[in-house]
Design a protein around this ligand. Structure first.
Ligand code: C2O
Ligand code: CU
Ligand code: CU
Length: 458
């Protein structure tokens, strides 16, 4: 059992300046929760913010009642409107949701966590308002562990580092600036209004600190990387002072350990994706630095963070050749159905929006009805970059651009980066719980501008 209070707090992010944030428990990121597989956790969230909130555990296999549906609001004291009524909702212009389950001030979320151990994250999910809420600070980590993972010998203790990467923009007074647009994106063809691309910042935060430098031993480290940015994509590399690239040895994906490690020289990471990486600093001289750089950035956003090797040290860790044997291996022939969903810009109301299958999100519409236990193939097609996320289930990438998946598609995922003009097929079994769940683009602005849909497990 935990209790988390959501409240406005001024936090020192930039040296000597206080930035007003919306926080879980007064910090950004919120408190990191560690759980054991199969041991249910109940978290009471208390909303002391001036707006309604919704908590979603991203990557959690969660009953619908605790999954943070965007109209299941926790209303603050004295808030007049609700999602069931006609008031208060932004953007979508008073859309109603008769199934909304609202509470006032507090709500208990229960997570069974009957799932593969991995790095999850919790964040706000209020309809039409997710992007600004996450931007202002409503995000935290939740790690699920089990015994099988612990005996593998991967780097652990202080050599296991969760890294939440998120860009932000600041005004001169230290307040967060939203939106902040990257000039490079303004030029992108096909995007008529710049904010449509999503909001970018020019300061890269890791665990809430700008471009941190972390002291390490000359040893292997397990870096559990989450891209918690609203819209920014990164392509990570680890570069030494003398320009050598260290291998990024991937041991896990969004939904836990791979069957076997995959070695990357550079690694793209889209919003909401997680990569579990082992990096070996043992070949770096004491005093040397390893920069984690972003090959897609320009100027200050080319840097993410750095490690400074402080001392020689013994290292009993290892990366076994077999990491896990329970990664599902569904085949195309297991699928009882193939569905197609396009992720494209389009007209929504009077303006521009982002649509799935030509339609903006509507909580009252079911976009796909799936039978509990069925294996399905979903074919996802994009106009521009869209990181697509499914709630409830993990999936495998079956094909990309008509060909084989990429090295970075390995393992069980819950978010897949669609590239411009590309079709990606994913396969999954819809098991766990019945109920209404979401799938959506995890560019947070796209999500708020309609690129979200419902599937109902029956
Ligand atoms: Cu990370 Cu539906 O969300
Ligand atoms: Cu999610
Ligand atoms: Cu998108």
């Amino acid at each position: 059992r935990y209790e988390i209070t959501q409240r406005e707090t001024a936090v020192e992010i930039l040296p000597g300046i206080r930035t007003p944030l919306w926080t879980y428990e007064g910090t950004f990121p919120g408190p990191t929760i560690e759980s054991r597989r199969g041991r249910p956790v109940t978290i009471r969230h208390r909303n002391e913010l001036p707006v309604p909130t919704v908590v979603h555990l991203h990557g959690g296999r969660t009953p619908a009642s605790s999954d943070g549906y965007p109209t299941d609001l926790v209303l603050p004291e004295g808030w007049p409107g609700t999602a069931r009524g006609h008031h208060g909702m932004h953007g979508m212009g008073g859309m109603r949701d008769p199934r909304a389950v609202e509470s006032r001030i507090t709500r208990d979320y229960t997570f069974p966590l009957d799932q593969r151990p991995t790095l999850l994250w919790y964040h706000d999910h209020r309809m039409d308002f997710t992007a600004p809420a996450i931007w202002r600070g409503l995000a935290g980590l939740h790690i699920v562990r089990d015994d099988a993972e612990e005996v593998l010998g991967l780097p652990s203790g202080h050599r296991e580092l969760p890294l939440m990467i998120a860009d932000r923009a600041f005004g001169d007074d230290g307040a967060l600036a939203y939106p902040a647009l990257d000039p490079a994106l303004r030029e992108r063809p096909g995007v008529e209004e710049p904010y449509l691309a999503g909001v970018l910042g020019d300061v890269v935060l890791v665990n809430g600190a700008p471009w941190p430098v972390h002291e390490v031993d000359a040893a292997r480290y397990r870096l559990r990387v989450l891209n918690a940015s609203n819209a920014r994509h990164y392509e990570l590399e680890a570069v030494t002072d003398d320009g050598r690239r260290l291998d990024l040895v991937q041991v896990g994906a969004d939904q836990g350990l791979l069957a076997a490690p995959v070695v990357h020289r550079t690694l793209p990471i889209a919003p909401a994706e997680r990569y579990d990486l082992v990096v070996d600093f043992s070949g770096v001289p004491v005093g040397g630095r390893v920069r984690i750089a972003n090959r897609l950035g320009s100027g200050r956003t080319r840097d993410v963070m750095a490690f400074r090797v402080a001392r020689k040290a013994r290292d009993g860790s290892r990366v076994p050749r077999v990491l896990s044997t329970d990664v599902p291996s569904w085949r195309r022939s297991d699928a009882v159905r193939v569905r197609d969903f396009s992720f494209r810009a389009g007209r929504m109301g009077g303006g521009h929006g982002w649509l799935i299958g030509g339609r903006p999100f509507d909580p009252a519409r079911t976009d796909a009805t799936v039978r509990l236990g069925d294996v399905e193939v979903w074919r996802l097609v994009a106009d521009v970059h869209h990181p697509v996320h499914l709630h409830l289930v993990g999936f495998r990438v079956l094909s990309r651009g008509g060909g084989r998946p990429l090295a970075r598609d390995a393992g069980l995922k819950d978010t897949v980066a669609l590239r411009p003009g590309e079709a990606v097929e994913i396969i999954t079994r819809f098991d766990g719980y019945r109920g209404r769940y979401l799938f959506h683009c995890h560019n947070a602005e796209h999500e708020d501008m309609g690129m979200m849909a419902n599937f109902e497990v029956v």
